[in-house]
Design a protein. Structure first.
Length: 227
C-alpha cells in the first residue's frame, strides 16, 4: 500500500510544483515613455526633501525609502503618462506603440516610465521578487497598485531596492515603473524572478489518478487475502 500512496503523492507534487524562472531582466522589452521630461521636478515633498528633486541636485540628493501608502501625485505628468496605471494595455500619452528595448540610461534630469507585461499563463506565478538598481530613483506599481519608491545618490547598485510581488494571477499582469533622475548620470538595472505554476490538472486526468489509486488499493487487498 505504501508504494501506491507515495506514487500518488509524487504525481500530485509533479502537477502542482512551480518552475523557477527569470521573468524580467535588462534584455526584456516593455512599453517605454521618454516624454515626461522635468514636469515633476520639485514635487511631492517627503521627509524634508522631494520625491522628485530639482535638476542638477538643486533641491538635494536624498536617500529615501517610500512606503506603499505614500503614492506620488503624478498629475503634472498626466498628459505624457495617460492612463498607464488603469489601462496599461492602451495607456495613450507618450508611450511607444509596442514593446521596445528599455535603455539602461536616459536623458539626465528627466523622468521616464516603463510598462512590463508579466504573463501568468494558465496557472499564474508564485514567489515573484523584483530587484532593482537605479541612479537616482524609481517608483513601482503592480497592476496599478503602488508598491513603493526608492531614491539614492551615487551610481547603480544591482539589488539595492527589492520588492516582493507575491503571487500573480493567470493571464497578463503589468509591472509599472517610473524612473527619476535629478542630475549627473542616469542608470538602471532590473531582475524579476518567480515560479511559473502549471495549469490546473484537468478533471479527466484527476479521475485517472483516482482510478489508479483505487486499482492499487484493490490489488493490495487481494494480496492481503491470499496471504
Amino acid at each position: 500500500m505504501k508504494q501506491y500512496v507515495l506514487a500518488a503523492l509524487a504525481c500530485t507534487a509533479f502537477a502542482t510544483a512551480g518552475q523557477a524562472a527569470t521573468l524580467i531582466d535588462g534584455t526584456t522589452a516593455g512599453y517605454y515613455n521618454d516624454g515626461i521630461g522635468t514636469v515633476l521636478d520639485g514635487s511631492n515633498p517627503f521627509e524634508g526633501s522631494f520625491m522628485f528633486p530639482g535638476a542638477n541636485i538643486s533641491q538635494g540628493d536624498p536617500s529615501l525609502d517610500i512606503p506603499a501608502g505614500n503614492e506620488p501625485d503624478l498629475s503634472a505628468a498626466a498628459s505624457a503618462l495617460g492612463s498607464w496605471l488603469t489601462t496599461p494595455a492602451s495607456p495613450g500619452g507618450s508611450w511607444s506603440a509596442s514593446p521596445v528595448a528599455i535603455p539602461a540610461s536616459w536623458w539626465v534630469n528627466s523622468e521616464t516610465a516603463i510598462i512590463y507585461e508579466l504573463d501568468g499563463g494558465a496557472g499564474g506565478l508564485s514567489n515573484v521578487m523584483a530587484s532593482f538598481g537605479v541612479d537616482n530613483g524609481l517608483f513601482v506599481w503592480l497592476n496599478g497598485n503602488f508598491l513603493g519608491g526608492h531614491l539614492r545618490p551615487g551610481g547603480v547598485v544591482p539589488g539595492e531596492f527589492t520588492l516582493s510581488l507575491g503571487n500573480l494571477g493567470a493571464g497578463l499582469n503589468y509591472l509599472q515603473i517610473l524612473r527619476e533622475d535629478h542630475g549627473g548620470l542616469a542608470g538602471y538595472s532590473v531582475e524579476v524572478t518567480g515560479d511559473i505554476s502549471p495549469a490546473p490538472v484537468p478533471l479527466p486526468a484527476s479521475g485517472l489518478l483516482l482510478a489508479a489509486g483505487a486499482a492499487g488499493l484493490a490489488a493490495f487487498r487481494r494480496r492481503t487475502r491470499r496471504a
